[in-house]
Design a protein around this ligand. Structure first.
Ligand code: G3P
Length: 216
C-alpha cells in the first residue's frame, strides 16, 4: 500500500517528502481554505515542485460541461495532477469524458459500493471512499474499503482504491489489511505512525548503557 499526504500545507509536505514515504498528495477545497490560500493553481504548482507523484486537485463546478472544462484547466497545471470529481450524475459524465481524453480522475465523496462501481465503470483512475465520515455516522467505513477492494479485484477493474478521510493510525492498519492501494493521511497521523513507546524506551536505554561504559 502506498501512502499519500492529505493536506495543502506545503511545510508539512516538504517535511514528509524528506522521509521518503509519501508517494502523492490529496487536497480538497476545505484543506486549501484552511491554509488561507485563495489561488488553488499556485498551491498545486508549489506542491508539484516538491512531489513527483500524483496530486489530487478538486473541481468546484457542479454542471458536467463546466466540470469538464475546469478539469481540463486543472490538469494542465502540472503533469502529475489528478482531477478530483465529486460523485454525482454530472461527475460520472465528466469522468467518462475525461478518461477518454487520458485525464486522470479521482472520484471523491464516495460513500457506497454502488458509487465506487459506477466510478470505475465510468473510467475513474482512483475512487476515494471517505472512511472517517462514514464512521462519524455509525457506518463501518473500513468495511466499505474492504468491499470495494474485493469487488474491483474480482472483476479486475484497474481503478485504484484510495482510502480517504483517515483519522488515526488504526485506520491505516485496517486499510493496509483490507488491500487498499493507497491511504491518504493527515500529517498528524503520519507522525503518530512513526512513534512507539517501546522504540523511545529502547533508544533511551541503548544511549544510557553506552554512556555508562564511557565513564569507566
Ligand atoms: O481525503 C478526504 C479528506 O480530506 C476528508 O477528511 O477528515 O474532512 O473527513 P475529513
Amino acid at each position: 500500500m502506498r501512502i499519500f499526504l492529505d493536506t495543502a500545507n506545503t511545510s508539512e509536505i516538504r517535511q514528509a517528502a524528506r522521509l521518503g514515504v509519501i508517494s502523492g498528495i490529496t487536497t480538497n477545497p476545505s484543506l486549501i481554505a484552511k491554509e488561507k490560500r485563495e489561488d488553488m493553481k499556485s498551491v498545486i504548482e508549489e506542491i508539484a515542485s516538491i512531489i513527483d507523484g500524483p496530486i489530487s486537485a478538486e473541481v468546484l463546478s457542479l454542471e458536467p460541461k463546466a466540470m469538464i472544462q475546469e478539469a481540463r484547466e486543472v490538469s494542465s497545471w502540472s503533469a502529475n495532477v489528478v482531477v478530483k470529481i465529486p460523485m454525482s450524475e454530472g461527475g460520472l459524465e465528466a469522468i467518462s469524458v475525461l478518461s477518454r481524453e487520458g485525464i486522470k480522475t479521482n472520484l471523491t465523496l464516495c460513500f457506497s459500493l454502488n458509487q465506487a462501481l459506477l466510478g470505475t465503470i465510468a473510467g475513474a483512475t482512483y475512487v476515494s471512499p471517505f472512511v472517517g465520515r462514514l464512521d462519524d455516522i455509525s457506518h463501518d467505513g473500513m468495511q466499505l474499503v474492504s468491499d470495494i477492494v474485493k469487488v474491483f479485484d474480482h472483476y479486475k477493474m484497474p481503478t485504484q482504491v484510495l482510502a480517504a478521510s483517515i483519522r488515526h493510525p488504526l485506520h491505516v492498519v485496517i486499510a493496509a489489511k483490507a488491500g487498499a492501494d493507497i491511504a491518504t493521511i493527515p500529517y498528524n497521523v503520519l507522525k503518530q505512525m512513526i512513534k512507539h513507546p517501546l522504540t523511545d524506551i529502547g533508544i533511551t536505554r541503548f544511549t544510557e548503557d553506552w554512556q555508562s561504559i564511557q565513564k569507566l
